[in-house]
Design a binder for this molecule. Structure first.
Ligand code: NAD
Length: 315
């Protein structure tokens, strides 16, 4: 099973790497990248297509600059990575306003060229940008989903694998909540081949791994200096796309628009989501400990603060 066409908006680090992963997995017959910068998407797209004979994929991959949505028409899925990074002297609020404007304009174009498509949001601040896309497209919540939890969970799993010196494949975990410092790793749902993590590691060690996961994005930025992580983020987005395109109904932690689940409504928050061909098929409600529910509530509160800041700026 594969999609007819998938469009990646933003041909930067995350977008271009994601496009390459989608093509290598042949998740669509055609992958298109769109960016506001002319030349970059065309050049990257051609370079990627030239890797097809070596990697052995037949997905046609290409890029287009100057915000040309003609090629995106009829796409079944849009992966949105468009945005700017925070520059020196730019406040968080300025960044929020700029990226919201970008995501709003991208969402308008998506609604025009592919009104039945599914949007996977990646741009930051993630939970807020997903909300902007939901509002602007007017799509139902089943078709606007944010990528954060798969990445945060992958980081957590990768650190546990290193700590225990076991295969990453045997580690199951769930990280919920907002994308950022307030994420909520569920210790009760973390197992190694079915064995509760608490039987293999002390709470102190688990807490240290959780802390590293919380700061995972910053750790990479600290090394790169300019720009942020993109290999793991693009892999996370591709995994979500795969579950949708192949109707696998995987349960993956994603940012979904809550309508009462986990005691919250009217905002995007990371929760376990079943993803299938219609997009968000179901939000799975797991029983949380009092400590986990409290952490999730705090996470929701911090997402609301940013939503309110944006609403005030938009006046
Ligand atoms: P990048 O700067 O390499 O790429 C962003 C691209 O967006 C650039 O090529 C830019 O030209 C393009 N762009 C800007 N405005 C546009 C518009 N209106 N239409 C189309 N394209 C436009 O950045 P990156 O490292 O690829 O990160 C992209 C976004 O993803 C950032 O907001 C980043 O914070 C976010 N991110 C999120 C997660 C997550 O877990 N959700 C993880 C990593 C990165």
């Amino acid at each position: 099973m594969s999609a007819r066409k998938i469009t990646v908006v933003g041909a930067g680090h995350v977008g271009a790497t994601c496009a390459q992963r989608l093509a290598e997995k042949e998740l669509a017959r055609e992958v298109v990248m769109i960016d506001v910068q002319e030349g970059i998407p065309e050049g990257k797209g051609l370079d990627q297509w030239e890797s097809a004979p070596i990697e052995g994929f037949d997905t046609r991959i290409s890029g287009t600059g100057e915000n040309d949505y003609g090629l995106a028409e009829g796409s079944e899925i849009f992966v949105v990575t468009a945005g700017v990074a925070r520059k020196p002297g730019m406040s968080r609020d300025d960044l929020l306003k700029t990226n919201a404007r970008i995501v709003e304009s991208v969402s308008e174009r998506i609604r025009e060229v592919a009104p039945d498509s599914i949007v996977i949001m990646i741009s930051n601040p993630l939970d807020i940008m997903a909300y902007v896309a939901l509002e602007t497209t007017g799509f139902p919540r089943e078709r606007v989903i944010g990528m954060a939890g798969v990445l945060d969970t992958a980081r957590y799993r990768s650190f546990i694998a290193l700590e225990l010196d076991v295969s990453v494949e045997d580690i199951q975990a769930l990280v919920l909540g907002g994308h950022g410092d307030s994420m909520v790793p569920l210790i009760s749902c973390t197992t190694v081949s079915g064995i509760p993590l608490t039987q293999l590691l002390s709470r102190k060690r688990i807490d240290a791994l959780i802390e590293r996961t919380r700061k995972g994005g910053g750790e990479i930025v600290g090394y790169l200096k300019e720009g942020s992580a993109y290999y793991a983020p693009s892999a996370a987005a591709a995994q979500m796309v795969e579950s949708i395109v192949r109707d696998k109904k995987r349960i993956l932690p994603c940012a979904a628009y809550l309508e009462g689940e986990y005691g919250h409504e009217g905002l995007f928050l990371g929760v376990p989501c079943k993803l299938g061909e219609e997009g968000l098929v179901e939000i799975v409600e797991v029983e949380l400990t009092a400590e986990e529910q409290e952490a999730l509530d705090e996470s929701a509160a911090s997402v609301r603060v940013t939503m309110e800041a944006l609403a005030q700026m938009q006046g």
